[in-house]
Design a protein around this ligand. Structure first.
Ligand code: HEM
Length: 441
């Protein structure tokens, strides 16, 4: 579908074949992003990787992510950190036994804590005011939510440039305000890391240390500036927390709506893991039904309903259509996931459709590609998937999940709230009763 939306022509690709055309066949031409206000005001003038135009800075950033952040060795090195954070999260939920628990709030705190320990270490924010912390966790969470909201908002000035200066919806003002808060936080983190570098016996212990080390490398193709380091670290906190939280949240909503799915998942976990321990990351390849639940969640509730916007670098002919330079391309993952020509009973949550099937989710199958495909594919997909799988499996294994009194299965929300990512419109309070031996919590 081709639309003319003010300044930009927009193409919406709603079939696997068109997604393949843009993300595989013509990937190199559609690997850029439009220069929207969000990238300018809340991503250090397009210096992060999400909003960066395609070019040497982005290629280098992705290379650094690939080799220094998400490589198999790095993921293994930080596995104990993830395990510790997961145990803390599960123990905390255990201590809330019988009380209504707003699951999203706890999930967000845990995923943010897991990713930030790896990216910047964990001392800069805390649940309450703390000697070393610059922010309270709740405030940081509000900033991340505001970031996702503004990054996905339809800002009129982006599309009708002569109205830009009026900032009719007030979004640019909010972006500038948010940027100031993030920048203060990021500055503090960088200064503190830089001070540590001069200490005797200094050893890099997180991604911020690694990036600051790379900034001193004279052979880098594009110099890593202070702003680009701040932007890349911010990307990790943002990319790593909201997506994983929301995927687990949707999966729990669906499992609660489908008690037989919950039973089958628990049966698999009891058979493979037993009742005497939690699930570790190396158990995950042996849990095909948990995997099927996650794939079905990605199909019905893709995190990025329209992916992040892609942008044509040059004029290009795609299956006979002339697409001019600068056209914005949106890939409609939501409608591909619900297309009756691709999926039986597409509106129903049926994990069984994936059981026993070899399905690639990482960009070669254009019916299900939750992490995108091609040059802009999510660089954190392997970390994201580990967090989602291990969190969901342990929640189902270690707790009896019940709806609060008076709530019926059909009351569990499936309505969506759109932003750059798509959340359930109403977060769910549930009762969580621990079911494993008490010393495990
Ligand atoms: C369930 C987990 C996740 C899902 C579903 C997901 C999904 C996505 C999607 C759909 C995109 C856009 C692809 C496109 O434009 O074609 C993306 C980009 C990105 N993701 Fe993820 N993601 C997840 C986890 C993570 C994690 C854990 C991180 C980092 C810690 C991360 C960092 C990023 C970054 C930096 C980009 C921008 C890449 C670029 O534009 O070149 N994501 N992700």
């Amino acid at each position: 579908m081709l639309l003319n939306f003010g300044k930009y022509p927009v193409v919406i690709a709603s079939s696997p074949e068109m997604a393949r055309q843009f993300l595989r066949v013509h990937d190199s031409n559609f690997a850029s992003r439009p220069a929207l206000a969000a990238g300018k005001h809340i991503a250090y003038n397009y210096m992060d990787s999400l909003w960066a135009p395609y070019g040497p800075h982005l290629r280098q950033a992705r290379k650094i992510y690939h080799s220094e952040v998400f490589s198999a060795n790095r993921l293994e090195e930080f596995e104990p950190v993830r395990a510790e954070e997961r145990r803390n999260f599960l123990s905390h939920l255990g201590s809330l036994s019988g009380k209504p628990v707003l699951l999203r709030a706890h999930l967000s705190r845990y995923t943010l804590s897991s990713i930030s320990r790896v990216a910047i270490s964990n001392k800069y924010f805390s649940e309450t005011e703390h000697e070393n912390s610059v922010l309270e966790l709740e405030e940081l969470q509000r900033m991340l939510d505001e970031w996702f909201y503004l990054a996905g908002a339809f800002n009129i000035g982006d599309w009708i440039p002569w109205l830009d200066f009026l900032d009719l919806q007030g979004y640019v003002k909010r972006m500038k305000h948010l940027h100031k808060k993030f920048d203060r936080f990021n500055d503090y983190v960088i200064d503190d890391h830089q001070a540590r570098r001069s200490e005797k016996d200094f050893k890099p212990k997180d991604i911020a240390d690694i990036l600051l080390g790379l900034a001193e490398d004279p052979n880098l193709e594009v110099k890593l500036t202070r702003d680009s380091i701040k932007a890349l670290l911010q990307d990790l906190l943002l990319g790593g927390s909201d997506t994983t939280t929301t995927t687990v949240e949707w999966a729990i909503h669906e499992v609660l709506r489908h008690p037989h799915v919950m039973e089958k998942a628990k049966e698999e976990l009891n058979r493979v893991i037993g009742r005497k321990r939690w699930i570790e990351e190396n158990d995950l390849p042996h849990l095909p039904y948990i995997d099927a639940i996650i794939m079905e969640t990605f199909r019905l509730h893709p995190q990025a309903t329209l992916m992040a916007p892609h942008c044509a670098i040059e004029d290009c002919n795609v299956v006979g259509y002339e697409i001019p330079k600068g056209t914005i391309v949106m890939i409609n993952a939501w409608s591909i996931g619900r297309n009756p020509e691709l999926w039986d009973s597409p509106e129903e949550f049926v994990p069984e459709r994936f059981v026993g099937k070899e399905i690639d989710m990482f960009g070669s199958n254009f019916a299900l590609f939750p992490f995108g495909s091609g040059r802009r594919r999510c660089p954190g997909y392997n970390l994201g998937l580990k967090i989602v799988q291990s969190t969901l499996a342990n929640l189902l294994h270690g707790f009896d999940l019940r709806l609060v009194e008076g709530m019926k299965v059909e009351d569990v929300c499936t309505e969506e709230e759109y932003g750059l990512t798509t959340h359930p419109k109403h977060s769910l309070s549930i009762i969580m009763i621990p079911t494993l031996p008490s010393h495990l919590y």
